[in-house]
Design a protein around this ligand. Structure first.
Ligand code: PLP
Length: 586
């Protein structure tokens, strides 16, 4: 059987639906939204990821905010269909057998984008190999490297075995999938009846590959010690056996030798490393960052490569709450097929938009009160903050000065705060941060109610971004590549209050779509003053947002309308996928 899908999309994580735990955060959510919009737009795409049988993890929080983790139990058979073909990859000389499970993403008009999740849990494999597709971001470097071989090399072999012969674009969503280039090189060498890789093969592979980079900080790029990589040379036979014949420019960048320090010292601190980002950069003909600013930052990090920018988006119908969907269906028919038409929200009477938001807010507050006994009140201005708990996101910036915050709530107008987010199991700083938010909540009681919801996932993400009144985001510039939760809020008429970084540099129109914190960072000046940002955050709340919410509803509604009309109509994956089609796929 052959298929007419021409673009293969590879991602280490994909958020398919809330009960399938195959993602950890923004990267997976973006992959899922990309696929959903590709299906809406009938883009002939096929996607590959790993099965992640035990998911990312299930988060428990005790009353003091101590996080513990459990594997997620999910019934693979309930969601996915097992495919027949089996392929092999070689890991440390062992033949590891792979199979794929299929999930179908259906677009608005019924067009299907198939998603295949690769699985090593087969009785023919050793116990250790069977666990390779269990945990997302779970093991050490070696486990991770093996997973990337399974995804990149195994993924391409499964794609072929499943009958996809016409694929002429391979899109790597982050460097995790970069080994697919190696398998494509192998294919070219075989096709040409040669035994070494030459410029011809490199050009042929480069012609097909597209790379989207997602992190603005060097430490975030995957790299492996070369001795680990050498343990799996069988998959790289042409490259490794014929290193001297391998085109010099590519070789130097794929394998960073000690002499190459000048190029990118922070990416190769120990000298001999395989850097997945360089592998992808060298073998792609189109490379992009995920927001305009991130494109600039990436061009500074990788000065030798042309790097474009396509700003992220979110899938409109997935991220709008049910009450908001009903409102849009009534007033903006066709908004699911044509997200640009969300600008017609301006025709909807203010009372209807307000009431719709109140319904979404009520649903959220019922959940919060049920889960945490916080006793939140629907008439109180509610701020939301939810994200992967990483230090640079500064989840506690709002708590820099508890006395000032308390005074604000007492003297300007009441506030309540809802938090959520998982810390990576080994991230002790992130776990401390969760405890600090719990402590701040206790210190602020009873003046300000603070709830921290456990187990942030896409279901909770929609409830939160659609149900709060203002979405708070406080990353330390320039660390946020894009960020997408504020886009989900915008879809629901929830303005953002956010530092000027990532997408918000493009999305913020002061008072019309939300409010900014601090000033944008100039290139290279990583330093950013937290005290200054905290002061700005408090001032915006004291002088503009809280007064507007309680005394100037029209003014507040202006930002709600703007969030949907200006940002919802633009920061969606429909616009984003169209840009990928025009700039990268065609
Ligand atoms: C949207 C989303 C994210 C990403 O949000 P950012 O603003 O990019 O940090 C992470 N996790 C979940 C569950 C989400 O829904």
């Amino acid at each position: 059987m052959t298929h007419n899908h021409f673009i293969a999309y590879f991602s280490m994580e994909i958020a398919l639906e809330p009960d399938i735990p195959t993602y950890s955060g923004g990267l997976g959510v973006l992959a899922g939204d990309t696929i959903r919009s590709a299906a809406d737009l009938k883009v002939p795409l096929v996607a590959f990821s790993l099965l992640h049988r035990k998911g990312y993890f299930y988060q428990h929080l005790d009353p003091r905010g101590n996080q513990t983790e459990e594997p997620v139990v999910w019934a693979v058979n309930d969601f996915l269909t097992e495919m027949e073909p089996r392929v092999q990859v070689i890991i440390e000389g062992r033949e590891v057998l792979l199979r794929a499970w299929k999930y179908e993403v259906k677009g608005v008009s019924g067009f299907v984008v198939p998603v295949y999740l690769v699985d090593t849990d087969l009785p023919e494999n050793s116990d250790w190999d069977r666990r390779l597709t269990d945990h997302l971001y779970g093991g050490d470097d070696w486990y991770r490297l093996c997973q990337e071989i399974v995804l990149g090399i195994g993924g391409v072999r499964l794609l072929r075995a499943l009958g996809y012969r016409q694929v002429n674009r391979f899109h790597m969503n982050e460097g995790h999938a970069a080994f697919l280039t190696i398998e494509l090189l192998n294919e070219e060498v075989e096709k040409n009846g040669k035994s070494v890789i030459g410029q011809k093969e490199i050009e042929a592979v480069r012609e097909k590959c597209i790379f989207t980079t997602h992190t603005p900080v060097p430490a975030g790029h995957d790299q492996f010690p070369l001795e680990l990589v050498e343990k799996m040379t069988d998959n790289l036979q042409y490259v490794m056996d014929h290193q001297d014949m391998f085109a010099v420019d590519v070789q130097q960048h794929i394998f960073q030798y000690k002499g190459d320090f000048v190029r990118m010292p922070e990416l190769a601190p120990q000298g001999v490393r395989l850097n997945m980002t360089y592998l992808a950069l060298n073998l792609s003909n189109y490379v992009n960052g995920v927001a305009k600013k991130h494109g600039e930052v990436s061009r500074l990090m990788f000065a030798d490569y042309p790097i474009d920018a396509i700003t992220n988006g979110v899938h409109a119908a997935t991220w709008t709450t049910e009450p908001m969907q009903v409102l849009f269906d009534r007033h903006i028919p066709g908004w699911r097929e044509d997200n640009f038409s969300l600008r017609y929200v301006l025709n909807i009477p203010a009372a209807e938009l307000w009431d719709t938001h109140q319904k979404a807010k009520q649903e959220l507050l019922s959940y919060v009160n049920h889960q945490t006994n916080a006793g939140m009140d629907k008439d109180v201005l509610t701020l939301g903050f939810a994200r992967r708990v990483a230090t640079y996101k500064r989840a506690d910036l709002l708590f820099s000065d508890l006395e000032r915050l308390r005074r604000l709530a007492r003297e300007v107008g009441p506030l309540q705060l809802i938090y959520a987010g998982k810390a990576h199991p080994r991230d002790t700083h992130g776990k401390d941060l969760i405890r600090r938010i719990f402590q701040a909540g206790q210190a602020l009681s009873p003046d300000i109610k603070v709830a921290y919801l456990a187990n942030y996932d896409t279901w909770l993400g929609r409830l939160l971004t659609g149900g709060v009144d203002v979405w708070l985001n406080t990353p330390q510039p320039p660390n946020e590549a894009s960020g997408t939760s504020g886009m989900k809020a915008a879809m629901n008429g929830v303005p953002s209050l956010s530092s000027l970084d990532g997408w918000w540099l493009e999305g913020c129109i002061e008072n019309f779509t939300g409010w900014s914190i601090g000033s944008p960072v100039v290139h290279g000046t990583e330093r950013h003053d937290c005290a200054e940002d905290a002061d700005c955050l408090y001032t915006k709340l004291e002088k503009i947002i809280v007064p507007r919410y309680y005394q100037d509803r029209e003014g507040f509604l202006q930002a709600m309308y703007g969030a949907i009309a200006i940002n919802g109509s633009f920061f969606n994956t429909q616009r984003m996928v169209q840009q990928y089609v025009v700039k990268a796929y065609l």
